[in-house]
Ligand binder design. Structure first.
Ligand code: COA
Length: 319
């Protein structure tokens, strides 16, 4: 596969650390030094479908395609107001795509790398010509805004990519190790007269230190593994495009790899952790600001609830 168009969209409301400190026992100093996050965008008047639609329109424009050219839609999403129908089927109608298959995936923050791998398989099999990948996330609707531990980390956003047949995905590694306790959100299901056990919904529960440790360890080994598989030297890598969870996580990975800071672009200071949208939003920013040239080698690496990880080596042949 190769990516021929990207797009991204963020909510208009920007929430600063000071705005959070007005109702949480926290401070700009604590959040900035422990996470690197300064602002996050939070959905208020718009919906997640609005953001996803904007991101898709940009990606289609860059790819010089129209919605009717799309023959498969893959959406990565943790949660949205509809448990059913799928996010992708709702988005299909919003963007005016024709009667194509629509598939939702939930591999938490690793969704973009998983989706690239799925699209690549469909394209290689000759089943699909123009796949649309969308990562759209509103973690602001699963965190507990009365607690400071997880709410300060996240923001909302959406990104899209159009992928067509090509040879740009040079190596992929995906992993999942069932680990529920470290990071989970439990929604409350409807009343059922036959279920007697007590059930409560739970806002996002996170063991921050454990996730930090797993993120750093796994990202480092995943990155080394995909570089090895692709036969690529670190010196050949233009950018490491990492999941934007915490600047200290990115820095720990960078130091272990022994690579310079300029190879690790970041935007988490503006947007916080936008779950699976974070990586493709950053990729779109690099693309739109002409920082990606034909022939560049990129390493993508992400991690999230599951505990799931996904990394790949991407050759950039551009649009
Ligand atoms: N504001 C102020 N103080 C806070 C705080 C906040 N938002 N959150 C926690 N604290 C306090 C703690 O209560 C603790 O206080 P104590 O020393 O008096 O007990 C202290 O700060 C240190 O807490 P700790 O949890 O050890 O901090 P940390 O350095 O591990 O940073 C995270 C916490 C969450 C920022 C960090 O662990 C992290 O980013 N983990 C990864 C999370 C992640 O990426 N999740 C998404 C994965 S997709």
């Amino acid at each position: 596969m190769k990516i021929i168009g990207t797009g991204s969209a963020l909510p208009s409301l920007s929430v600063s650390n000071d705005m959070l400190a007005a109702f949480l026992d926290t401070s700009d100093e604590w959040i900035s030094t422990r996470t690197g996050v300064k602002h996050r965008r939070i959905l208020s008047t718009e919906t997640l479908f609005d953001l996803a639609t904007q991101a898709v329109e940009q990606a289609l424009e860059q790819a010089k395609l129209t919605a009717s050219d799309i023959d498969y839609i893959i959406c990565s999403n943790l949660v949205n107001i509809y448990a059913t129908p799928s996010f992708s089927s709702i988005l299909q109608g919003r963007i005016g795509a024709a009667n194509c298959p629509c598939l939702d995936i939930n591999t938490a923050c690793t969704g973009f790398v998983y989706a690239l791998d799925i699209a690549d398989a469909f394209l290689k099999a000759g089943k699909v010509k123009n796949a649309l990948i969308v990562c759209a996330e509103e973690p602001s609707r699963i965190v507990d805004w009365t607690e400071r531990d997880a709410s300060i980390l996240f923001g909302d956003g959406a990104a899209a990519a159009i992928v067509v047949p090509g040879d740009d995905l040079r190596a992929v590694y995906l992993s999942t190790t069932s680990n529920i306790d470290s990071l989970y959100y439990q929604r409350k299901l409807e009343f059922n007269p036959f279920v007697k056990r007590k059930e409560y919904g739970k806002p996002l529960v996170m063991n921050g230190r454990e996730i930090f440790r797993l993120a750093v360890l796994n990202s480092i080994s995943d990155i080394n593994r995909v570089l090895d598989t692709a036969g690529v030297q670190k010196s050949d890598v233009k950018f490491y495009v990492l999941h934007q969870a915490n600047m200290r996580i990115i820095e720990a990975i960078r130091q272990n790899l022994g690579e310079p800071e300029e190879k690790f672009p970041h935007n988490l200071e503006h947007y916080g952790n936008t779950a699976s949208a974070s990586l493709p939003i950053l990729l779109d920013e690099l693309n739109k600001s002409n920082q990606l040239q034909k022939g560049d080698i990129l390493v993508l690496s992400s991690f999230g609830a599951g505990f799931a990880t996904g990394a790949c080596v991407l050759h950039w042949s551009g649009n």
